[in-house]
Design a protein around this ligand. Structure first.
Ligand code: LLP
Length: 429
């Protein structure tokens, strides 16, 4: 598992760069992103969809990780992006992303955010609820403008993942419910609107999903309702957006399908359903976040104190924790890690890697087999690229780490480390 490479100094290297040198230069904790891996994943999605002969869009879910450098990379790779706030729209546009390639999601977009999106020329707005139909319609009417929209359907699928990241089940805050007829009501309302140009529908069943079954069930459910609408209203979609949620490997125990396999399963299933129902094959849009960015990211920490409780546990503390990676505390997420600044052949024993935050739940990795760790050692935690920095916080007034992009032996600072001045910059005396 993993493809860690060490150089002749026995230092972990990523993208041809020495992580010990990067840690010295930028400090720890430090997020390091392997740009070649991001590009490979982005191209993998596009190439698979193209090879299946379908019109498509790959729309990266910004919430997994975004910053100016990331949006620039998306633009280079010709991916769109999915945003969920005006802040993400602002960053994407500042980075030079074409507004046309931006897709705006969210269950409670504010009036100001919708207005901003319309004014900036955001390509597609995904309508989530009845309130939003009225808000958006009023803004467009006032501006005498038209807007391409999709609307989000909750297909009523229980994918197998953590409850907090399930989204397609009936009892969800997102989207229009199918069973109670709300989705059909939404369709009629949107079709009747002169300013909303309906391109199709969206669904997203959850995140960190390992098998294709949930997606296949969702495709079947979506095509069933689409076919009903074709019969009842003569309306067929141009676009079917099946969301993201493709699982990744955090530890050796994780065994998700490869991204290409998810894509093939989804597209073939849409083809099958369309043939069965004699429904015109729509354009397929996908919104991968984690599967593009998670495995590209590694966090480097510096080892500090330890506490050995005989026959109970061996704690080793690092200089970050739940402020830069809240996933273990929030979802019980599992990670893998190893020494980054030397190769040790010493006997291994279970160690629990904890953070520096004032919280007992601040455990990054529980009981992992490791050799002796000494103060000042560097410890790498892998697959931290998704929902790590993007969910980072300043709990205990710790500083958010720097983020470095590496590729072909070159480094580029993508986000600088916070300073103490940054910390008090919003405080008023
Ligand atoms: N599209 C929509 C509409 C979404 O809500 C999401 C994720 C995605 C795409 C991207 O899903 P992905 O491919 O990244 O799984 N903070 C949680 C994950 C929350 C996901 C929210 N929505 C975590 O750390 O596991």
């Amino acid at each position: 598992f993993g493809t860690a490479t060490f150089n002749e100094s026995e230092h972990l290297t990523i993208g041809g760069c020495d992580t010990v040198t990067l840690a010295e230069k930028y400090g720890t904790p430090l997020f390091i992103y392997d740009v070649a891996h991001i590009r490979e994943r982005a191209r993998g999605f596009k190439q698979t969809l193209n090879s299946l002969g379908v019109k498509n869009k790959v729309i990266y879910a910004s919430k997994a990780f975004c910053c100016l450098a990331m949006y620039k990379l998306l633009e280079e790779e010709e991916l769109g992006c999915d945003v969920v706030s005006a802040g993400e729209i602002y960053t994407a546009i500042k980075a030079g992303m074409s507004p046309e390639n931006i897709e705006f999601h969210g269950n409670n977009k504010t009036k100001e955010e919708l207005l901003y999106a319309v004014e900036q020329g955001v390509g597609t707005i995904i309508i989530d609820n009845f309130y939003e139909i009225e808000l958006l319609s009023a803004i467009l009417k006032e501006k005498n403008q038209k807007q391409h929209v999709l609307f989000r359907i909750t297909p009523g699928i229980n994918a197998e993942t953590h409850d907090y990241i399930l989204t397609g089940q009936v009892d969800s805050k997102f989207g229009f419910d199918v069973n109670s007829g709300q989705a059909t009501q939404a369709l009629e309302r949107i079709l009747a609107d002169d300013h909303l140009v309906l391109k199709g529908v969206h669904c997203h069943i959850g995140s960190q999903i390992f098998s294709a079954e949930g997606f296949l069930a969702a495709v079947e459910k979506m095509l069933t309702i689409l076919n009903e609408w074709k019969q009842a209203f003569g309306y067929s979609v141009d676009v079917l957006n099946m969301g993201g949620g493709f699982g990744v490997q955090y530890t050796e125990a994780d065994d998700p399908l490869e991204p290409e396999a998810f894509v093939k399963a989804i597209v073939n299933s849409v083809k099958g359903q369309c043939a069965l129902l004699d429904y015109a094959f729509p354009e397929i849009w996908l919104e991968p976040g984690r599967s593009i960015i998670a495995e590209a990211g590694t966090t480097i920490y510096t080892v500090g104190s330890e506490k050995v409780i005989p026959e109970v546990r061996h704690y080793v503390s690092v200089d970050g924790g739940m402020g830069d990676n809240i996933r273990p505390a929030l979802y019980g997420a599992k990670y893998d890690g190893f020494l980054a600044n030397r190769i040790s052949n010493e006997q291994q024993s279970p160690k629990t890697i904890v953070g520096k935050y004032c919280e007992s739940g601040d455990v990054l990795i529980k009981d992992i087999e490791l050799p002796t760790l000494r103060p000042e050692d560097l410890f790498a935690v892998t697959s931290t690229g998704a929902y790590g920095y993007s969910m980072a916080n300043n709990y205990n007034r710790n500083l958010k780490p720097a983020v470095v992009f590496v590729e072909d032996g070159h480094e580029k600072l993508a986000i600088r480390r916070e300073t103490y001045e940054d910390l008090i910059s919003l405080d008023c005396e």
